[in-house]
Design a protein around this ligand. Structure first.
Ligand SMILES: [Zn+2]
Length: 238
């Protein structure tokens, strides 16, 4: 099944990692604020506003050129500082089991408990809803969420016509960019379907997703970007 039908992708409990640089920064700088009573989410927000932190964030900024920013609910992801705190070495391909508008709506719903970094529409339009810095709850597995970027595609796993040429092309450009940013090999070990995440009961992207075609497109897109790095990946868009 796809991702908008349930909320089993959320994460609960304390971070698995011990106190890292980020936690120490929080503890040191915010000690007078009674940090123990603040939720982890609030700590995250507090942390990045402190001076001297690692990466500055700008509202509306996107990681993928041409993507349109539309924020997911902060309940559906958690703040991180990837790839400094977690290495990114996987791209996870999803299918919504619904339309683009539905995906955006549920990812903005704090009760949904899940959201992906990107949603690709059948006409090739790409929405970015969560920064790649952050951990999106899309794979239903904490470790996979921490190491991956999640890309949703509108449509249904049992409808081959869901996956248009424009969608494949846009998604491949997106994945090529992710692979380039983090040095991820373009192969089926590193670019996987949700169905391949250990322990999942999701089947997306399903039997109609053409992996050979997709990887070919990702490689072509990456080669083109390397040959002409200053070119806009999506002419006509800003
Ligand atoms: Zn999925």
């Amino acid at each position: 099944m796809g991702d908008v039908s349930g909320s089993d992708d959320s994460e609960a409990g304390a971070p698995r990692r011990g106190p890292g640089r980020r936690a120490l920064l929080i503890g040191g700088a915010a000690a007078g604020l009674g940090v123990a009573v603040l939720a982890r989410d609030e700590l995250g927000r507090l942390w990045w506003r402190l001076p001297g932190t690692v990466k500055k964030r700008t509202e509306g900024e996107v990681d993928a050129p041409g993507a349109q920013w539309t924020a997911a609910s902060s309940a559906n992801w958690r703040r991180a500082d990837r790839p400094s705190d977690y290495e990114i070495d996987r791209v996870v391909i999803h299918v919504v089991q619904g339309g683009y508008a539905t995906a955006l709506k549920v990812f903005k719903d704090p009760g949904h408990g899940a959201a992906a970094h990107y949603v690709v529409r059948k006409d090739g339009h790409v929405a970015q809803m969560i920064r790649e810095l952050d951990v999106a709850y899309h794979a239903g597995d904490r470790s996979m969420n921490e190491r991956s970027v999640g890309i949703e595609h509108e449509g249904f796993v049992d409808r081959e016509e869901s996956f248009t040429d424009a969608m494949y092309a846009a998604s491949a450009r997106l994945t090529a960019g992710v692979c380039e940013r983090y040095g991820i090999p373009v192969d089926r070990e590193h670019i996987i379907g949700h169905v391949e995440v250990e322990g999942t009961d999701h089947t997306d992207p399903g039997p109609h997703w053409d992996w050979d075609r997709y990887l070919r497109l990702v490689r072509t897109s990456r080669a083109r970007a390397r040959a002409n790095p200053r070119a806009s990946p999506e002419p006509g868009r800003t």
